[in-house]
Design a protein around this ligand. Structure first.
Ligand code: ZN
Ligand code: FE
Length: 255
């Protein structure tokens, strides 16, 4: 594979990611949950970290930017609409832009809802996407800034990616997400199997990230607004898609 991905734990439940073009050696960190850990991981791999690509402005995603700028001289690629909260940005990007990592091309996707300017980076050829706190394994980010209409449209864009797309989300929240998912979609056999697998992985201390779009389509209640059984459990048989999403999000906040 021409795109190398290194995933490692940061803080209490974040994942850090280093990505590298294997042909050119160009290396970037996706978000900066912990500058020291990120620098140490790059060092261990012998990768020359020169860039940071941010998904959104929260401290556990952009809080290490300044430190990595000072210690590693990285350049910052980030959503321009969140410049006021992210701080220094070298390359401001928005929906539809192309970002190159050496020879590897990523497309910027607007996935706003958790924060207004949240973006994802999709490497179409490598079948990989970094989605920050927009989509989680069996969940989605809290709706801090956006509206349910906006968030559902964002998740619809991710849901429409090829099924084999490998999804790197920024937190290990899957076990708690599975418990909630079963409460709103209790008859979903794919979800039951997925939840069992998550329990087993967590019991062994393994990560449940990454996931795939195909897997999430079958089991993630935040992507299943069009599913008759889920709608039935919510009593929303004739609601708009975004209304189904809004109700699932509301229930998760109270779960
Ligand atoms: Zn966040
Ligand atoms: Fe986060």
């Amino acid at each position: 594979m021409a795109l190398d991905v290194l995933q490692f734990s940061c803080l209490s439940d974040n994942y850090g990611f280093l990505i590298r073009c294997s042909q050119t050696g160009v290396c970037a960190a996706i978000d900066t949950p912990d500058a020291d850990v990120i620098a140490a991981e790059a060092d261990k791999m012998g990768w020359d970290l020169t860039q940071v690509w941010n998904t959104h402005h929260h401290w556990d995603h952009a809080g290490g930017n300044e430190s990595l700028r000072q210690t590693q001289g990285v350049t910052i690629t980030a959503p321009g609409s969140e410049a006021a909260t992210i701080g220094h940005i070298d390359t401001a990007v928005s929906h539809g832009d192309t970002v190159m990592l050496g020879h590897q091309k990523a497309t910027v996707m607007d996935v706003g809802g958790h924060t207004l300017g949240h973006i994802a980076y999709w490497f179409e050829d490598a079948n990989v996407a970094f989605v920050g706190d927009s989509l989680f394994a069996l969940g989605c980010g809290r709706m801090f800034e956006g509206t349910p209409q906006q968030f559902q449209a964002s998740l619809a864009r991710l849901k429409a990616l090829p099924g084999e797309t490998v999804i790197y989300c920024a937190h290990e929240y899957t076990a708690a997400n599975a418990a909630f998912a079963l409460s709103v979609d209790p008859d979903n056999a794919a979800l039951m199997a997925y939840a069992k697998d998550v329990s087993a992985k967590r019991a062994r201390g393994e990560a449940t990230v990454p996931t795939t779009i195909a897997k999430e389509r079958t089991a993630n209640p935040f992507l299943r607004w069009d599913d008759p059984a889920l709608r039935g459990h919510l009593g929303l048989e004739t609601a708009e898609d975004w209304e189904v999403f809004a109700e699932v999000r509301r229930r998760k906040d109270a779960f």
